[in-house]
Design a protein around this ligand. Structure first.
Ligand SMILES: NC(=O)c1ccc[n+]([C@@H]2O[C@H](COP(=O)([O-])OP(=O)(O)OC[C@H]3O[C@@H](n4cnc5c(N)ncnc54)[C@H](OP(=O)(O)O)[C@@H]3O)[C@@H](O)[C@H]2O)c1
Length: 216
């Protein structure tokens, strides 16, 4: 059992990851700028497994065994930088996408280092950064009855951390880990989220990524 902290865990993305981790038996700390709000949100999540979801500060979430960054992209760097010491020597998962809305489409934004994962890696030189969960529709993640059967594309420069996160993802109901490779792929993987969301807007759908031809 791993205790996972989620920075910005009160949003749809964090809640979706939290409920599926808890369903797999892991304890989750939803981090927030407002502990009372986090406790309220945590109380609304009904996991079916044995894991407990609690609400706390982002500082408390950063002290967990493994930490997920689930804030909006424009506050992710300030958030992780302020928690740098607590995040040192542990795996930090980035699910952050830098996107902008243009009419009916989402378009990718490119941070100076090419991706949000690379920006976070630069801000946290003593942490091990892994990218995951970028393409998942939060509403389906949070709804355990949604029959979600999605692939989770994972990347990192650290092969052991990549495999550790893949193992964790494979425990989460409805998700299958697909290790893509190194941080060099981060920009393309994050940008593809804009394609996924634009497709869903155009087709009024809740599609998600499921890669054909892989043998799990
Ligand atoms: N939504 C999705 O379907 C989805 C799917 C995959 C990946 N993602 C990515 O996951 C991240 C979160 O998405 P989301 O839709 O959950 O976002 P969100 O609801 O806009 O924000 C998530 C949480 O971040 C905190 N937050 C907001 N502004 C902040 C600030 N200025 N400084 C620090 N914390 C702040 C808030 O928590 P408190 O007010 O409680 O602090 C908020 O509940 C994004 O980077 C997104 O690209 C989203």
């Amino acid at each position: 059992m791993t205790t996972v902290g989620i920075l910005g865990g009160t949003g749809p993305a964090g809640r979706g990851v939290a409920i599926r981790l808890a369903s797999a038996g892991h304890n989750v700390v939803l981090g927030s700028r407002d502990e009372a709000r986090a406790a309220e949100v945590a109380a609304t999540l009904q996991a079916r497994g044995t894991g407990v979801v609690s609400g706390a500060s982002n500082e408390d979430a950063a002290n967990c065994d493994l930490v997920v960054v689930a804030t909006p992209f424009d506050s992710a760097i300030a958030t992780v930088r302020s928690l740098k010491d607590a995040l040192a020597n542990k795996i930090v998962i980035s699910m952050v996408n830098a996107l902008a809305r243009e009419g009916k489409e989402l378009v990718p934004l490119y941070p100076p280092r090419g991706s949000m994962a690379a920006q976070i890696a630069f801000a946290l030189p003593e942490s091990t950064i892994v990218g995951a969960f970028h393409h998942l529709p939060a509403s389906d993640m949070e709804n355990l009855d949604s029959e979600l059967d999605a692939d989770v594309v994972i990347f990192s420069d650290d092969a052991v951390a990549r495999d550790d996160v893949a193992a964790l993802v494979n425990e989460m109901p409805g998700l299958t880990a697909v290790v893509a490779g190194s941080m060099s792929l981060a920009s393309a993987i994050e940008a593809f989220t804009a394609v996924c969301i634009s497709i869903n807007i155009r087709h009024k759908a809740h599609s998600y990524v499921k890669l054909a031809g892989l043998q799990h």
